[in-house]
Write a protein that binds this ligand. Structure first.
Ligand SMILES: NC(=O)c1ccc[n+]([C@@H]2O[C@H](COP(=O)([O-])OP(=O)(O)OC[C@H]3O[C@@H](n4cnc5c(N)ncnc54)[C@H](O)[C@@H]3O)[C@@H](O)[C@H]2O)c1
Length: 269
């Protein structure tokens, strides 16, 4: 597939390297000329084991190039992946200005395009962002209709920094949030070689799955730290306690007690 990737930071650079390694043609787009120059020299804009080799290979075999010319990149691709940053604002809100700016760029180019283009949001966004922000901007700037004239999907990223390439190749799952099945089909084809379940959901569900996973990981860290504090206060090694707690994959680390619904009760709880 021919893919333009907007934002060559952590997520975008890893996607660029891994997608070219799997035979796709990638055009990396960033507002930073420095990052584009690095990509075009086969150098990694981030420190991540194994990434530079993939980027070098991509430049050498002609499947990867970088540009600041977003319009040319969109015209030369069938899919645009939005991987720009979403920095927190001072009040804690999610900053969407980079996403909005990329959507305007894509929308204006789609105005004169005959082919169906699919826009994939890979940045982490709150549920409702694609419906209330991304699609309205794309439709207004292109004068076209989402789900009819162009495709829209979200595809949350689950990589961890420092093991990003391995995480890309062996994800726990691939989550696709699709506006329509044609948009989801494009993404599914992109990942069909990966040995992981592909889960297709409506867009808002996929947006919320990503946030829920992040919050769950944060809850685990916080929980383990709290147990560590309490254990220390009673003279016990919390790591020893948590090692054993984690060995129970039936009740402790499992789907049990993880379903929203009724209140809990019972003598133990
Ligand atoms: N870093 C992670 O481990 C990770 C994992 C999963 C999801 N995410 C999410 O993915 C998104 C990107 O994160 P990141 O860590 O890669 O961010 P980053 O800050 O490393 O990179 C973002 C890039 O976007 C570029 N950019 C900004 N505006 C642009 C525009 N108009 N056109 C083209 N490029 C533009 C910036 O120059 C920068 O290179 C965020 O929403 C983040 O929450 C990050």
């Amino acid at each position: 597939m021919r893919i333009s990737i907007f934002g060559l930071g952590y997520v975008g650079a890893v996607c660029a390297g891994c997608l070219t390694a799997r035979g796709h043609e990638v055009i990396g787009v960033d507002v930073s000329k420095t990052k584009i120059d690095l990509i075009n020299q086969g150098k990694s804009p981030i420190v991540e084991p194994g990434l530079e080799a993939l980027l070098q290979q991509g430049i050498a075999n002609g499947r990867l190039r970088g540009t600041t010319d977003f319009a040319e990149a969109i015209r030369a691709s069938d899919v645009s992946m939005i991987c720009v940053g979403t920095p927190s604002k001072k009040n804690g809100d999610l900053g969407l200005e980079y996403i909005e700016s990329v959507c305007r760029e894509i929308g204006y180019v789609l105005r004169d395009s005959e082919r169906r283009h699919t826009i994939v949001v890979r940045s982490t966004v709150l549920p409702g962002t694609v419906k209330n922000v991304v699609i309205p901007i794309l439709e207004e700037c292109s004068g076209k209709k989402a789900g009819v004239d162009f495709g829209v999907a979200v595809n949350p990223e689950f990589l961890r920094e420092s093991t990003a390439i391995k995480d890309y190749d062996h994800p726990p799952m691939t989550v696709i949030g699709e506006l329509d099945s044609a948009s989801g089909d494009v993404l599914q084809a992109l990942y069909e070689e990966l040995d992981a379940p592909v889960i297709r959901k409506p867009i808002e569900v996929a947006e919320m799955i990503k946030y829920t996973c992040n919050v769950w990981h944060a809850t685990k860290v916080t929980f383990a730290n709290e147990i560590g504090n309490i254990a220390k206060a009673v003279g016990v090694d919390g790591r020893d306690v948590m090692d054993v707690v984690c060995q129970d994959k039936v009740l402790n680390l499992s789907q049990y007690y993880m379903r929203p619904g009724f209140a809990f009760g019972g003598s133990c709880l």
